[in-house]
Design a protein around this ligand. Structure first.
Ligand code: UDP
Ligand code: MG
Length: 318
């Protein structure tokens, strides 16, 4: 098996057949064996029924992993990579925003260059909302400053890699997964190619601003402990400022320059300021503690309710 297409699907009833047909049209011309690994991430619509229908009707190698509930795209990608049998593994969305033709090109690049382990696509121009675009580019700037792992601006999960990369990613069993970071952290030789994101074939994105924001926080926390140093920085800065303030007051009173500043207001202001700064710091520590606690429970990244193997395999097993 040359290529596995790992396709996470959450409420994609209008897209899975179209994805299958489009991908088949592209890869049938490429002349190598490939499979489609669809991961149904607890869809609430008829995605699973559509996938089963496809599995029954299509002659292609189709594997379906259906989760017991919605575990998120990260868990779906993990499960897909785990079940993929291909020499090359491609992470691609079900909504055809990422064209299968680009995957064929990625495979060609890997075939041409034995030194290359991964070909990743990045968006040269964002076609989305300006505010969202601003937040996304600020996120990349922030995470690159805060983390020693490099995050390529505009890079998505859309990439094709060899088994060595897949095994490395699977070896990281962390519960809160941030694939863009994991794939960068594992290293290996990666080539970035620009691509143009298409409009969604059908349906709507399942990423609200809040979901994206939380995902960004998860990403920063998974790849940087810099926020944990914030109390130290704030404490040190606060200490220096207080010492300077005290010094100024002593000197001022020595020269009888003491003004009639309302000390009550100042004290209330300082108590509130340092009180809230302390709460922010405790909150940051709490966030990390919560992640550690959740990881400590060692719960599985996903639970599958049903796994359907390709028909070809069924025949061979008989
Ligand atoms: N997805 C998923 N689980 C989720 C949310 C999304 O498997 O909880 C899948 C979705 O079906 C799609 C891919 O992840 O194939 C990307 O999602 P979406 O298109 O909503 O995100 P966007 O392209 O807007 O970033
Ligand atoms: Mg999409």
């Amino acid at each position: 098996m040359k290529l596995s297409l790992v396709v996470p699907c959450y409420n994609e009833e209008g897209n899975v057949r179209l994805f299958h047909d489009t991908a088949a049209a592209v890869f049938d011309c490429e002349g190598y064996e490939y499979e489609m690994v669809f991961v149904n991430d607890g869809s609430k619509d008829s995605t699973l029924a559509q996938l089963k229908k496809l599995h029954a009707e299509s002659e292609k190698n189709i594997r379906i992993i259906s989760f017991s509930r919605n575990f998120g795209k990260e868990a779906a990608m993990y499960a897909g990579i785990q079940h993929a049998k291909g020499e090359y593994i491609c992470l691609i969305d079900a909504d055809l925003q990422q064209r299968p033709e680009v995957v064929a090109y990625m495979v060609r690049r890997l075939e041409e260059n034995a030194e290359l382990d991964c070909v990743a696509a990045f968006q040269e121009q964002r076609i989305e909302d300006k505010t969202l675009s601003f937040f996304k580019s600020s996120f990349y700037k922030l995470i690159n400053k805060a983390s020693s792992t490099t995050f390529m601006q505009g890079a998505s999960d859309f990439r094709t890699f060899r088994r060595n990369v897949a095994d490395a990613v699977l070896s990281m069993g962390e519960y809160h997964r941030f694939s863009k970071g994991l794939l960068s952290w594992v290293g290996f030789n990666t080539e970035y190619i620009p691509y143009q994101v298409q409009d969604r074939a059908s349906g709507e994105t399942s990423w609200s601003f809040k979901k994206l924001f939380n995902y960004a926080i998860d990403g920063i926390m998974a790849f940087s402990t810099a926020p944990l140093s914030l109390p130290l920085v704030l404490g040190a800065a606060g200490g220096v400022i207080s010492a300077l303030y005290l010094l100024v007051r002593i000197i001022a009173s020595a020269f009888s320059l003491y003004d009639s500043f309302d000390r009550g207001t100042l004290i209330v202001f300082l108590v509130l300021l340092f009180g809230s700064l302390q709460l922010v710091c405790i909150g940051i520590v709490g966030k990390y503690l919560a992640k550690t606690y959740e990881q400590g429970k060692n719960r599985p990244i996903y639970l599958a309710r049903e796994i359907i193997e390709p028909k070809e395999k069924d025949k061979k097993d008989e």
